[in-house]
Design a protein around this ligand. Structure first.
Ligand code: KIV
Length: 271
């Protein structure tokens, strides 16, 4: 049985219901109209305009140079191709540095660019921001674990939460973010057992990337799925084009493998 919605649009209650029914949620990034349309028509539940566009579209080394204008432009062209999926816009570096900035940025995302939800990176420090957005009924996805916007502080894109103290903090962060009003948690590069515990202890959907197959859903950067990310792909990423004759089949295989929890397997997860 699959979740039915009253409109054809996937909404937050429908995604929450999928979690309750243990139906894995399929998510992917997109940055333009053609791919957005393809993903939407293939039945992907969530499309994220990630600030990963800084690396896979703009050729930067990090996501830091991505501006609000870049995000609004790409979200607006993606939104033209999205009829069914929930569309999330990543808030770029420093665009949510205060409650006022976050509210202004999220307003632009929803009103001008056509996003249905915003995503921000951060844990305990971002609770006042999440609370303020939630108080204004702006849906929020909170991204914890590996946070690419913190690269100049962290120094590397390493698996997070491997020691007990870091794992405990991440569990507390997820609970606090849910309490503050976050609607989705995105967990990046986290040992699978820790991700499973966080997913089991939250009522909101937990979408993983490099976080094992016990999360409520999975996301990949589209270029990683297509095997065209320049340089060495992250260990958790899988090139679905290797076993597919065309892009549509690769996307469908990814979606099928997420739904059957075949992806991510041990090779694409961390312990
Ligand atoms: O920017 C992005 O694409 C992300 C990924 C973790 C999905 O945040």
């Amino acid at each position: 049985m699959s979740v039915q919605t009253t409109t054809s649009r996937l909404n937050l209650p429908a995604l929450k219901k999928m979690k309750q029914l243990k139906q894995p949620i399929v998510a992917l990034t997109a940055y333009d109209y053609s791919f957005a349309r393809l993903l939407d028509q293939s039945g992907v539940e969530i499309i994220l305009v990630g600030d990963s566009l800084g690396m896979v579209i703009q050729g930067h080394q990090t996501t830091i140079p991505v501006s609000m204008e870049d995000m609004l432009y790409h979200t607006s062209i993606v939104s033209k191709g999205v009829e069914r999926a929930l569309l999330i816009m990543d808030m770029p570096f420093m665009s949510y540095a205060s409650v006022e900035r976050a509210l202004d940025s999220a307003t632009l995302a929803l009103q001008d660019a056509g996003a249905h939800m915003v995503k921000l990176e951060g844990g305990m420090d971002q609770l006042p921001i999440v609370e303020a957005l939630s108080r204004h009924d702006i849906p929020v996805c909170a991204h914890i674990g590996l946070k690419p916007q913190s690269i100049y502080k962290s120094g590397s894109y390493r698996v997070q939460g491997r020691n007990q103290a870091a794992a405990t903090l991440m569990i507390e962060e997820a609970a606090a973010l849910e309490q503050a009003g976050a609607d989705i948690i995105l967990l990046e590069c986290v040992p699978q057992k820790l991700a499973a515990e966080i997913s089991a202890n939250t009522e909101i959907p937990v979408i993983g990337i490099g976080a094992g197959n016990a999360c409520d859903g999975q996301i990949l950067v589209l270029q990683d799925l297509l095997g065209i990310t320049p340089g060495k792909p992250p260990r958790f990423a899988k090139n679905f084009m290797q076993e597919s004759p065309d892009i549509q089949t690769a996307i469908k295989t990814y979606a099928d493998d997420v739904r059957s929890r075949k992806f991510p397997d041990e090779e694409h997860s961390f312990s």
